[in-house]
Design a protein around this ligand. Structure first.
Ligand code: PMP
Length: 334
């Protein structure tokens, strides 16, 4: 007799549902043969590779163990000694956690009722103790985008002595036309750091590769916190192979955008409030009591999501994941 064990749907960490393309897997397998060798003492080749791709100088890139690793170094440099770090709430958990670890004080600013970061309130929360302000676009957990013109106006309201982090972990899911021109912004605002990661659209979450783009002086201050031999050799191999498999990566992004739109539409058809998402997840805006009911139904169907006081974040998986989510949520509204 065979027992069927459901693997469930792992939709709580905004991972993509695909493993690396075959060419990336092959490159990684080959690289394993040199696993006895240390990587570079401090990474030089990886920032060069990313800079070449972006069309900027390597001195404007700092890499880390995921965007999380880069955030750690940013808060070590700018957020220690009781410094205030202004951020939305909810936001990516790493921001409050790492700020506290570095000895800083997170200053949480509630989202608007439509799941957007309140840029006016974020600017108003800045005091003489503020050293860092964080904005995510698309935002985690709501998927909302900060319109580039609004972000540029916001930057003008922030004193040049305060570092602003624009977290673009999900930017690869955003249509080109909707993206901020970060190099134009960086030219005007040397106090800006833009964060990116290979964990999301590029599907390399296990390998921990993220980076920040910024003015050379700021990047140098962040890089001083890098751990010697801290980036694995596989990270560089995988990024290089992903860049060479760009067409495949882009095709998957297009598939996930379709799934996301189907998930969002399906949830809205069930009468739920879901902001337009520009990332690989959808956010159900719900009062806490209703969120509890929906989360319980999802858990009962072996669907793992992340719940917040104001709703539920559901990562976009494959077609069967979307079907399963819609069926479970439907069971709670009918
Ligand atoms: N920023 C945001 C907005 C995120 O959602 C995440 C991961 N969930 C990260 C940064 C960190 O990603 P990683 O460390 O895997 O690069």
């Amino acid at each position: 007799m065979t027992t069927l064990v459901s693997a469930g749907h792992r939709l709580q960490l905004n991972e993509i549902p695909f493993g690396p393309p075959p060419s990336v897997r092959d490159a990684l397998s080959r690289a394993l043969a040199s696993a006895n060798r240390y990587p570079e003492f401090l990474p030089q080749r990886l920032p060069r590779l990313i800079a070449q791709r972006l069309g900027c100088g390597p001195e404007r890139i700092v890499v880390g163990a995921g965007a999380t690793g880069v955030i750690m170094h940013i808060v070590q440099e700018f957020g220690s000694g009781g410094a205030e770090v202004v951020m939305a709430t909810p936001t990516f958990d790493g921001f409050p956690i790492l700020t506290t670890m570095a000895g800083g004080r997170p200053v949480p600013v509630p989202l608007t009722g439509t799941g957007r970061q309140d840029l006016t309130a974020l600017a108003a929360a800045v005091t003489e103790r503020t050293r860092l302000v964080v904005v995510c676009s698309p935002h985690n957990p709501t998927g909302t985008l900060v319109p580039p013109a609004e972000f540029e106006a916001f930057l003008q309201d922030i004193p040049a002595s305060i570092t602003v982090v624009l977290d673009e972990a999900y930017v690869d899911f955003v249509a080109e036309a909707d993206r901020a021109d970060i190099f134009a912004l960086l030219d005007k605002r040397p106090n800006l750091l833009v964060l990116r990661t290979f964990s999301k659209a590029y599907g390399l979450a296990a390998l921990r590769v993220g980076y920040a783009i910024g003015d050379a002086e700021l990047i140098d201050r962040v890089a001083r916190w890098q751990l010697p031999f801290g980036m694995t050799a596989l990270a560089e191999v995988a990024v290089r192979a992903c860049y060479e498999a760009e067409a495949e990566i882009q095709a998957r992004i297009a598939v996930l955008a379709e799934h996301r739109d189907r998930l969002t539409t399906g949830l809205r058809e069930l009468g739920l409030c879901v902001p337009d998402s520009y990332a690989n997840f959808s956010y159900l805006t719900l009062p806490a009591a209703d969120a509890e009911v929906v989360a319980t139904a999802l858990a009962g169907a072996d669907i793992h999501v992340k719940t917040y006081p104001t709703g539920i974040r559901i990562t976009v998986g494959d077609r069967s994941a979307t079907d399963a989510v819609l069926a479970a949520v439907r069971s709670t509204v009918q």
